[in-house]
Write a protein that binds this ligand. Structure first.
Ligand code: 5RP
Length: 258
């Protein structure tokens, strides 16, 4: 069964929050307030939680509380939001080192390994976030799990060419065979619910296959390496050993796990 973890937080405050959206806003704003300083190069994540971190950066630049920020967005959606807020943008081509990146996640395990890519932006998220000195993850408590897999399928970005073959190769890996069902994402890449008839296409022009597991993945690091080795795979949504801190908002407070 899929259960939530209740480990001891390193920091906790009482908050009065009523909706999941308010919780997302709380962690998004807190991440920017605690980790983003003037002069930094900042990675901007993708999704409904990261949205609030981007909003906060824009707000603080406008008020003058933050100065000289350069930001790198992790999707077309985030780029458009950042542009609409007047946040100065650069790319990894000119800035390979980021001070901090802030992003949401679909699941977080007790070792702070993540599943990402529910919003289809996993490749750009990973290429940016591995370059950050600090990677700050922002979630509400519904994202916490005992083990990655059964609570949320693992997204894998693959090239469209012979994608059925690539899906078979992934399904036959030692970590996957008999353990997961690979399903091609249809409809919008930004939504891992099937909401169309055609394959979902990412910002990079690729497809996404979602790996549905019934049992928790025992060794997500090894599984990630196996998947990455398949020719045709661009990147996978297992983000292992990357998180500096996870800021978690729950109905009874904000906690930080490091
Ligand atoms: C997008 C992602 C998102 O960070 C993840 O899906 C969480 O999104 P949300 O904050 O909307 O729940 O990985 O590719």
């Amino acid at each position: 069964a899929f259960t939530h973890i209740h480990s001891r937080p390193t920091f906790s405050t009482r908050i009065m929050a009523t909706s999941q959206d308010e919780l997302k806003k709380l962690v998004g704003y807190k991440a920017v307030d605690d980790y983003v300083k003037s002069g930094m190069v900042v990675g901007l994540g993708t999704g409904s939680t990261a949205y609030y971190a981007v909003e906060r950066v824009g707000e603080k630049l406008k008020s003058g509380e933050l100065k000289d920020i350069l930001a790198i967005p992790t999707s077309v959606r985030t780029k458009e939001q950042a542009e609409s807020l007047g946040i100065p943008l650069v790319t990894l081509d000119t800035h390979s080192k980021l001070d901090v990146a802030i992003d949401g996640a679909d699941e977080v395990d007790p070792e702070l390994n993540l599943t990402k890519g529910g919003g289809g932006a996993l490749f750009r998220e990973k290429i940016v976030e591995v370059c950050a000195d600090k990677f700050i993850v922002i979630v509400d408590e519904s994202k916490l799990c005992d083990g990655l897999g059964p609570g949320f399928p693992i997204p894998v970005e693959i090239v469209p060419f012979c994608h059925e073959h690539t899906m078979r190769m992934i399904g036959n890996l030692p970590s996957c065979k008999g353990k997961c069902k690979p399903v091609l994402r249809l409809g919008s890449a930004a939504n891992n619910k099937v909401d169309g008839d055609e394959p979902a296409v990412t910002d990079n022009g690729n497809y996404i296959v979602d790996l549905h597991f019934e049992e928790p993945i025992k060794d997500p690091t090894t599984m990630g390496k196996e998947i990455k080795n398949v020719v045709g795979v661009v990147e996978h949504g297992l983000f292992c050993g990357m998180s500096t801190a996870v800021i978690i908002a729950g109905s009874d407070g904000i906690s930080v796990k490091e």
